[in-house]
Design a protein around this ligand. Structure first.
Ligand code: COA
Length: 326
């Protein structure tokens, strides 16, 4: 009998742009305050790409670090998946651009656009390839330059987002590993969070003043996010017959500290069991979960064999989770 295969995290990496944009910096050009942003979101500062710096540049930095920490070279990677909603180009995919830069062999490479859930969606796809024996080592990246899609005059959105990339290498192993992943979507809420232009619709916004920018009905998104994340953590624990007290770490999508605290409360987890980066990164969309994971691991807090719950929620709406033994 062949042994069951699991996808184990064998390496992680990250890349953040050098430029820091603080809440005080924002006060200088938009009608907001450090106090409002900190109280409502928990964000103090975020990173912003330099002129000419792209999503693929950030992805490359994170991917190289992840491969190095896994001790793997370009020929060892069978498949590359990039979660992003801010690709360098319409096509080729950022994954194809990255594959070339990393000198990977000609295994598959593709992007996943599930907005802020993109990395956990990509992780879920990678898990299926490893479980089925179709791939041995997969590079999974979440990379975004969301600040390229902001209207810097819209205080409801421009204070929330930042740029960055995180990456993991998943390797086939006979011990766990990812225990389960769960992905969901509901397109009925498309209008609550969107960038309302595109290739076949055209790049001229419906509203003359709108520009190519993220628009969001923040408080409606907030309510749906809290409820939905509450449901998916229940679903994940039930699917594995695991009690919330067995969890060691929550690694949540970093959109808003109040949403993170609501999920932790539901799981009866102390905030010292939750990896928080939103204060320094803002919402980096698909990069936020792998950035938090990398920080938790490299700071020595997350240890081998501990039980981790990853979750994300984003535009679409999309939402996703993964339960794994590190
Ligand atoms: N600075 C100062 N005031 C601001 C502001 C800013 N940056 N943004 C909004 N406000 C004002 C509003 O105009 C409103 O003023 P009014 O009461 O005079 O009308 C007031 O603050 C409250 O706005 P509201 O949108 O109800 O605030 P909120 O408590 O819901 O917080 C968000 C706003 C965006 C921080 C919050 O709704 C949120 O985080 N939503 C979910 C975001 C999310 O998860 N998005 C991505 C999913 S990936």
């Amino acid at each position: 009998m062949t042994e069951r295969l699991y996808a184990r995290i064998t390496g992680t990496g990250h890349c953040l742009p050098e430029k820091v944009l603080t809440n005080q910096d924002l006060e200088a050009f938009v009608d907001t305050s450090d106090q409002w942003i900190q109280e409502r979101t928990g964000i103090r500062e975020r990173r912003v790409v330099a002129d000419g710096q792209t999503t693929c540049d950030l992805a490359e930095g994170a991917a190289k670090e992840a491969m190095q920490s896994a001790g793997l070279g370009p020929d060892d990677i069978d498949l590359l998946i990039v979660g992003t909603t801010t690709p360098d180009l319409i096509f080729p995919s950022t994954a194809c651009l990255l594959q070339h830069r990393l000198g990977l062999s000609d295994g598959g490479a593709f992007d996943v656009n599930a907005a802020c859930s993109g990395f956990v969606y990509a992780l879920s796809i990678a898990d299926q390839y490893i479980r089925s024996g179709s791939a041995k080592n997969i590079l999974v990246v979440g990379a975004e330059t969301l600040t390229r899609l902001l209207d810097w005059g819209d205080r409801q959105t421009c204070v929330l987002f930042g740029d960055g990339a995180g990456a993991v290498v998943l390797s086939a192993d006979t011990s766990p590993g990812i225990l389960s992943t769960h992905i969901h979507a509901n397109g009925a809420h498309a209008d609550l969070l969107k960038v309302d232009v595109g290739v076949s619709r055209g790049f001229l916004p419906n509203e003359p003043r709108a520009g190519i920018a993220v628009s969001m009905k923040g408080n409606e998104v907030f309510k749906v996010a809290v409820n939905t994340l509450g449901r998916i953590v229940d679903e994940t624990l039930e699917a594995n017959n695991i009690d919330r007290s067995e969890l060691d770490w929550l690694i949540p999508h970093q959109a808003n500290l109040r949403i993170i605290k609501a999920t932790a409360k539901k799981l009866q987890m102390d905030m010292d069991q939750v990896i928080v980066t939103v204060d320094r990164h803002g919402n980096t969309s698909a990069a936020s979960v792998p950035l938090a994971l990398h920080e938790g691991i490299t700071s020595g807090r997350i240890k081998r064999d501990q039980l981790l719950l990853l979750e994300a929620f984003g535009g679409g709406f999309t939402w996703a989770s993964a339960l794994l033994r590190y």
